[in-house]
Design a protein around this ligand. Structure first.
Ligand code: GAP
Length: 532
């Protein structure tokens, strides 16, 4: 789809274009036409994503005594998903539009009162004519054409219409599992499926029964790519608690890939099938869930603000009772105002003792905590065994990258109203490069040598610095503005005379002369203060 045909708001189109131009995010397998909903993080994107995730890890694990980390496997014992309820519940109602063939989730479709007008909007008059004829053949006569819109249809009893064209003419709903299934081991399950189906056919089994026979064979070696990182933390609860002598309340944090076979992938990296999460399970005593839900709401909102997101573009949205996940008794989303509107960035849920109980039941292992100091409410004596309750802040890392990019993207105009520059006002700690070192003239060997020495100083101090001599100084500033480099150090003739360089701050372009000797300290202090 060309950019002018894209359904994304103009601002999103600009951000997507900058991401490709400057090496943040590329379409996966682009030279083969791209893979739907999969993305690769380029040289700038991988730095930005890692910086964001490191900030989260630092806030959640390194700066707290009550939280420890974990990295569990992506493929887990299939029983994990049976016990957690994912195999039974991680399903979406899938529907096809009979007019435009859009495939979508019924629960996310635009609502219309049954009987309310449902105008169908096609992309052009020709398609509208064809759709009108097709619908008439299917018995839906009496629709009139008004340019590319068909009038006269009304919403059905289901109370929703196609999100693409508005049509109420839809296929029946069917369950669609969001879990990616594979098979573990060297045995080819297809052979077993063929044999089972042949047997079923010979016994006169109908389609439903044949499907069940095939599923039975596949289930024997089935494994799943995890749809959330959370379950790894529940099933390792005891190992972590006992090996680290953690006392409740305590948390286990994990960052990493999750996979969901999303029906609708949308808004660039906002919703994709392979993505990264940053989740933390906070285990607390029964009855303390509501207290820690409030606590983690505050903590997490402040964190998003601390990495630079505009406070006015962040808000909480409580989940209604009909929206709550099967394990949750209270949940708030932190929403961000993306270019297309408010949408979820992180969920903070009270998961009760559902998960530990479910895994205790499924595995036959006790997942209890013993608090030697607490009084047992039943006996009135010291020492209490209980199943901890859990509050979970679950954030999207890749979605976080998009929010950060949207928030940071800015265009500046000159007095004539012409675009003068595009700048990514990233928080300096998130910026892919903290410093660019720019010799004014690349043919001057002394400047080049001095520049490279400065880069080495930064590398030794653990600060990401980039030596850059390509193109004019103006173009280099523009390039670094677009990738969000907060500080540019220019090495010029004066550097050779008095050992100073110019530091240029990205956001207001102000320039100061500083001593080369002080450059690392100046940048370190600016990073600490978030100056840019
Ligand atoms: N363990 C709870 C859990 O996974 P969730 O609300 O389904 O809760 C948490 O996911 C976060 O993961 C979301 O707020 C979102 O930021 C991110 N996320 C979920 N599905 C995603 C997808 N398909 N693509 C990108 N990010 C996604």
């Amino acid at each position: 789809m060309s950019q002018s045909e894209s359904k994304e708001p103009e601002l999103m189109q600009k951000i997507v274009s900058l991401c490709k131009r400057r090496g943040f995010v590329f379409q996966s397998s682009e030279i083969y036409g791209g893979l739907r909903s999969a993305y690769d993080y380029g040289p700038m994107g991988v730095e930005l994503k890692r910086n964001l995730m490191n900030e989260w890890w630092s806030a959640m694990v390194h700066t707290r005594e009550d939280i420890v980390g974990l990295e569990s496997s992506i493929i887990m014992h299939p029983q994990v998903w049976q016990s957690s309820g994912h195999l039974a519940n991680f399903k979406d109602p899938l529907v096809d539009c009979l007019v435009c063939q859009e495939r979508f989730r019924a629960d996310k479709a635009p609502r219309r009162e049954p009987g309310a007008p449902a105008p169908i909007e096609l992309s052009d008059k020709g398609r509208a004519k064809l759709a009108q004829e097709k619908l008439a053949q299917a018995g839906h006569e009496g629709l009139t054409r008004d340019g590319k819109t068909l009038q006269g249809a009304v919403a059905g009893d289901r109370g929703y219409v196609c999100p693409n064209c508005g049509s109420p003419f839809l296929s029946p709903e069917r369950d669609f599992s969001g879990m990616f299934r594979s098979n573990l081991g060297p045995v080819d399950p297809i052979k077993g499926v063929i044999d089972a189906v042949k047997r079923g056919v010979s016994e006169g089994a109908d389609d439903k029964a044949l499907r069940a026979l095939a599923e039975d064979v596949l289930a024997k070696s089935a494994v799943y790519l995890r749809p959330e990182t959370a379950q790894g933390m529940f099933v390792q609860f005891l190992n972590v608690q006992q090996s680290q002598s953690m006392k409740v309340p305590f948390g286990i944090a994990q960052m990493g890939k999750s996979f969901r076979n999303e029906i609708t992938v949308e808004h660039f990296i906002f919703r994709s099938c392979e993505f990264e999460q940053m989740e933390m399970e906070y285990f607390c005593a029964p009855g303390e869930g509501p207290k820690y839900l409030e606590y983690w709401k505050d903590q997490r909102l402040s964190w998003w603000q601390s990495i630079g997101l505009t406070p006015e573009r962040l808000r909480f949205r409580p989940h209604g009772p009909d929206e709550l996940a099967h394990y949750s008794d209270g949940c708030f989303d932190i929403e961000y105002e993306f270019p297309w509107g408010w949408d979820e960035l992180e969920g903070i849920a009270s998961r009760t003792d559902y998960d530990l109980n479910a895994h205790a039941k499924g595995s036959g292992k006790k997942l209890h905590y013993f608090d030697a100091e607490a009084i047992d409410p039943e006996t009135g004596k010291p020492g209490r065994h209980y199943v901890p309750h859990v509050v979970e802040p679950a954030a999207g890392a890749t979605r976080g990258v998009l929010a950060v990019l949207c928030d940071a993207y800015a265009e500046e105009f000159d007095e004539q109203g012409q675009l003068s520059r595009v700048v990514l006002r990233l928080h300096p700690r998130l910026a892919p490069y903290k410093v660019a070192v720019l010799p004014l003239v690349k043919k001057d060997e002394q400047l080049v040598q001095r520049g490279r020495e400065i880069v080495t100083r930064f590398a030794e101090a653990g600060i990401a610095a980039r030596y850059d001599e390509q193109h004019t100084i103006g173009k280099r500033y523009a390039r670094h503005d677009e990738i969000g480099t907060p500080y540019c150090l220019t090495v010029d003739a004066q550097t050779l005379e008095d050992g100073t360089v110019t530091i240029r701050y990205r956001d207001d372009r102000r320039q100061e002369r500083i001593r080369v000797e002080d450059a690392v300290d100046v940048v370190n202090e600016a990073l600490r203060q978030g100056r840019r």
